[in-house]
Each structure stands twice: as structure tokens, then as C-alpha cells.
Design a protein around this ligand. Structure first.
Ligand SMILES: C[S@@+](CC[C@H](N)C(=O)[O-])C[C@H]1O[C@@H](n2cnc3c(N)ncnc32)[C@H](O)[C@@H]1O
Length: 270
């Protein structure tokens, strides 16, 4: 084992003791092999330029600590999600977005989708989406609420529910609970889950899949690296440092940068 990896074995448990961010703790609590798998996966994703015009409230604390785990995706990812939703349920489909710092509701409003609801904790984000959509014919329904509050009900029984949960196990399950509640009364529904599977231990990932299966959801398709999230500032430096641990940092073309990425899992019920 290289000196760097031996050092990391000593630093990792100490970092776990002092780190409070739940997504960072998730990474630190993985085994070394699992951490390497996640980094190898991320090494395969790079983007030409950070998306402009994204929701940027998360840029603070040197761009590592994000309020409400916000990390907006690239404009291309947002457009691909809108395209997918059109293929899955058409523009009249009933769509519930659980969390929307990616501004998918705006993308759908631009494409004339008629029944879109975005629920989010962040009122400022919802106000921002309202402003973006102000001149459009179709307005998404925007509902403020906390998914960890069992009493919060977005009041929609959607055809498709889409969730991009935080990169840690506890919050992933909280988001999944809200999604399952929303489609409980539906005999048929589609659930779109955006996660990077390597953020979880194999056992925890299996539990997520089993939980969805126990609610009648069958995995129809997985699209690897469907979602890209540009990392800036210190986050980009930390990812590069992590890749260096692997001892095989991929080369970037001029102007390119590494990106966080997640897969799309499409589940069908009924
Ligand atoms: C969870 S974030 C995206 C996560 C991203 N994949 C990551 O971990 O960096 C997606 C949206 O969920 C919202 N959100 C976060 N926690 C929430 C909560 N407890 N209740 C409702 N919305 C929440 C955020 O404001 C954001 O717009």
C-alpha cells in the first residue's frame, strides 16, 4: 500500500470524529475499497464548463458546505430529465419533484407541461423558480415543506415522482419515505431515483432496493452517470485530491473539470 493510502487509513477515522456534514460522513464511513470505487466512478465524469444561471445559494463556506445539501446539476442534465419525463408520461402527466434546486420544474414549464408540482424546504429557491416561470403560460405548483416532517403532504398523487436525495443514507431514506407516501394510493406509478450507488455500502444499497420492491416498485432501467453536478472551489480541489489517492488522475482537456455524478434508476409500480 502506498504511503498516501497508509496515511489516509490513519486520517480517515479522525476525520470521521470531527466531521458533522452528513454526506461527508457517509463517504468517510465507507470502507477504503468502497471509497476507491466511488472515486473511480467519479473520475469518469467531466464537463466542459460549469452551468451558468443555476441556483447558486449553496456557494458559501468555500463551496463545500451546502445548505439543504444543494448541488445544482448541469443544464444538460436538467434538459435530459425533462426529455425523459416527456417520454415517460407526456406533457399532461402528473409530476411531483421532491426537491428542485436543479430547476427541472422551470424546464418543464418552458416545455408546456401542465401538471407539475415541486416541493422543497427552501422558500428562496421556490421564489426563484416562481420568478423564472413568471412569463410562461404554464406555472408549476410550488410547495414549501420539510420531507422529514411526517405531517408534510405535498397534496399530489403523481404519475411520476422524481427524487434526487442527499448523498447519505439517512436522508436518502427520508426522501424515499416521502416519495412512497405520495404514490401510496396509486396502482400504477413511476419513481425516478437519482443516486450514486457507490455512495453506499453494497448492503445499504441492497436495503434501498428491497425497500422499494416491498412497496411494489420493480427496477426497469438504470442509466449510469445520467446526472452531472459541477463542483467548484474547494469541492473541486477535494475531489482532485481524492482522485490523486487512487494514483491515476485522469487527464482533463483544457477548460474541463471533474463533476459529481449520479445514476438514474427508473422504477415502475403496477
Ligand atoms: C437534496 S438536494 C440535491 C442533493 C444532491 N444530490 C446532493 O446531495 O448534493 C435536492 C433538493 O432537496 C431540497 N431539500 C433538502 N433537504 C430537504 C428537506 N428536508 N425537505 C425538503 N426539501 C429538502 C434542497 O433544498 C434541494 O433543492
Amino acid at each position: 500500500m502506498s504511503i498516501v493510502l497508509s496515511l489516509w487509513r490513519i486520517i480517515n477515522p479522525l476525520a470521521l470524529l470531527v466531521t458533522r456534514n452528513e454526506s461527508a460522513r457517509q463517504f468517510l464511513s465507507l470502507k477504503l475499497d468502497e471509497q476507491k470505487k466511488l472515486l473511480s466512478d467519479l473520475a469518469n465524469f467531466r464537463t466542459d464548463a460549469p452551468s451558468k444561471g443555476n441556483y447558486q445559494k449553496w456557494s458559501f463556506y468555500f463551496e463545500t458546505i451546502r445548505q439543504h445539501f444543494q448541488l445544482p446539476c448541469t443544464a444538460e442534465t436538467r434538459q435530459n430529465r425533462a426529455q425523459l419525463l416527456e417520454e415517460l408520461c407526456g406533457r399532461d402527466g402528473k409530476i411531483l419533484l421532491l426537491g428542485d434546486d436543479d430547476l427541472v420544474s422551470w424546464e418543464l414549464a418552458k416545455r408546456d407541461f401542465s401538471d407539475v408540482c415541486a416541493a422543497d424546504f427552501d422558500q428562496k429557491l421556490l421564489d426563484h423558480i416562481r420568478d423564472l416561470c413568471a412569463d410562461l403560460t404554464r406555472q408549476p405548483r410550488l410547495i414549501q415543506g420539510d420531507f422529514s416532517d411526517p405531517a408534510f403532504d405535498p397534496g399530489v398523487a403523481p404519475d411520476v415522482v422524481s427524487l434526487d436525495p442527499p448523498y447519505n443514507l439517512r436522508w436518502t431514506h427520508i426522501f424515499i419515505s416521502k416519495a412512497l407516501e405520495a404514490v401510496e394510493s396509486r396502482e400504477k406509478a413511476i419513481l425516478l431515483l437519482m443516486i450514486n450507488p457507490y455512495c453506499f455500502s453494497p448492503k445499504d444499497l441492497e436495503n434501498i432496493m428491497e425497500r422499494l420492491a416491498s412497496h411494489g416498485f420493480r427496477l426497469k432501467e438504470r442509466r449510469e452517470r445520467f446526472n452531472g453536478y459541477p463542483l467548484q472551489g474547494l469541492s473541486q480541489v477535494l475531489l482532485r485530491a481524492g482522485l490523486r489517492l487512487l494514483d491515476k488522475v485522469p487527464t482533463l482537456e483544457p477548460g474541463q473539470q471533474f463533476c459529481f455524478s449520479s445514476d438514474l434508476y427508473i422504477f415502475h409500480k403496477g
